[in-house]
Write a protein that binds this ligand. Structure first.
Ligand code: F6P
Length: 351
């Protein structure tokens, strides 16, 4: 099937992750090869759309990118209604709309996490642009999809880090605290904690009690297990307000590391995985997911759909209205199988 006439734009916005290039390739190759469309990529997220900075995506540009980390288009955290120019912010929505029409686009594909879904909905409501989105983020917290691409690769990286921390923890008889990305949700920490065999898993969804963690570590030590791994999500928070990090400790993980050393008397070290988790080549699972959602997006555009995010649901790529997605966040519910398994194994969740 070809209609030969459509032109589309693609942009990647928000924090990068693995699988973005696979998604760009999936959208663009399907659009070009199956439907005879013209494809351009805006540079640096919504900023490139507002500033009309783009490049044509053709066979050559799309070749060899499936396995690459990052995004060939660049990204930024700019919001279309709040683009930073010097020390000021400007609303660039009408500029974005003007550029879209100047380029005779029929649709725009926005690839991003929760913030991007909100920005895409804003453009959809305030302009006459046709918009389709894809869910990406290592945090895996976009509402309405079973999975986001980037997540699987980041879980692999964090799991490998926990595996590696085991041997040094064991040699030195230390408590190793490992800080894992996820500022609002604990998907990465719970999954890699389970896969890597952490002894304590602390996530934002379950505010922790420091006494419970202290007791778990002392109890392990008493049983002759002379090391422990504590996996902490970046956004984890204590139950007790007195345990909130002070001005010198800029994260919960730093505070927790100090406090656990103090309370248990055990030698304790902190490893922060940070942006390492977002780098490098995507796993096969992320390449497949990004390609599946990307190719479906092009198909939906050819069918004339707009205002939807292409979600992964029970193995299928399905369109879900952006209205249902934007503004919501997918947290780990208390009865989620990941938490059930952690509890069944006797892993301390800090409560
Ligand atoms: O949203 C994904 C994420 O990786 C979070 O887990 C983390 O808190 C944040 O991005 C870091 O973002 P930045 O790239 O702005 O440092």
């Amino acid at each position: 099937m070809t209609n030969g006439s459509k032109s589309i734009g693609i942009l990647t916005a928000g924090g990068d992750c693995q699988g973005l290039n696979a998604a760009i390739r999936g959208v663009a190759k399907t659009a070009i090869n199956q439907y005879g469309m013209q494809v351009i990529g805006f540079l640096d997220g919504f900023r490139g759309l507002a500033e009309n900075r783009y490049e044509r995506l053709d066979g050559e540009k799309l070749s060899g990118i499936l396995t690459l980390g990052g995004t060939i288009l660049g990204t930024s955290r700019d919001k279309p209604h709040k683009i930073a120019i010097g020390d000021k912010f400007i609303d660039a929505i009408s500029q974005a709309e003007e550029n879209y029409h100047k380029l005779h686009l029929d649709a725009l594909v926005c690839i991003g996490g929760g913030g991007t879904q909100k920005n895409a909905l804003r453009l959809l409501k305030k302009t006459d642009m046709n918009i389709i989105t894809l869910p990406k983020t290592i945090d895996n917290d976009v509402w309405g999809t079973d999975l986001c691409f980037g997540y699987d690769t980041a879980v692999e990286i964090a799991t490998e880090a926990i595996d590696r921390l085991h041997s040094t923890a064991s040699s030195h008889h230390r408590v190793m605290v490992v800080e894992i990305m996820g500022h609002n949700t604990g998907w990465l920490t719970a999954a890699s904690g389970l896969a890597g065999g952490a002894d304590v898993v602390v996530i934002p969804e379950i505010p922790y009690d420091i006494e419970v963690i202290k007791n778990a570590l002392i109890e392990r030590n008493r049983k002759g297990k002379r090391f422990s791994i504590v996996a902490v999500a970046e956004g984890a928070r204590p139950k007790d307000e007195n345990e909130i990090p002070n001005d010198f400790e800029d994260s919960t993980a730093v505070h927790l590391t100090h406090r656990l050393a103090e309370l248990t008397g055990l030698e304790t070290r902190l490893t922060s995985l940070g942006h390492v988790m977002r780098g490098g080549s995507p796993t096969a699972a992320d390449r497949i997911l990004a390609t599946k959602l990307g190719t479906k997006a092009a198909q939906l555009i050819a069918e004339g759909q707009s205002g939807v995010m292409v979600a992964e649901r029970a193995g299928y790529a399905v369109p879900v209205p952006l209205e249902e997605i934007a503004g919501n966040r997918r947290i780990i519910e208390d009865d989620h199988p990941l938490l059930e398994s952690l509890r069944n194994l006797g892993i301390c969740l800090g409560v």
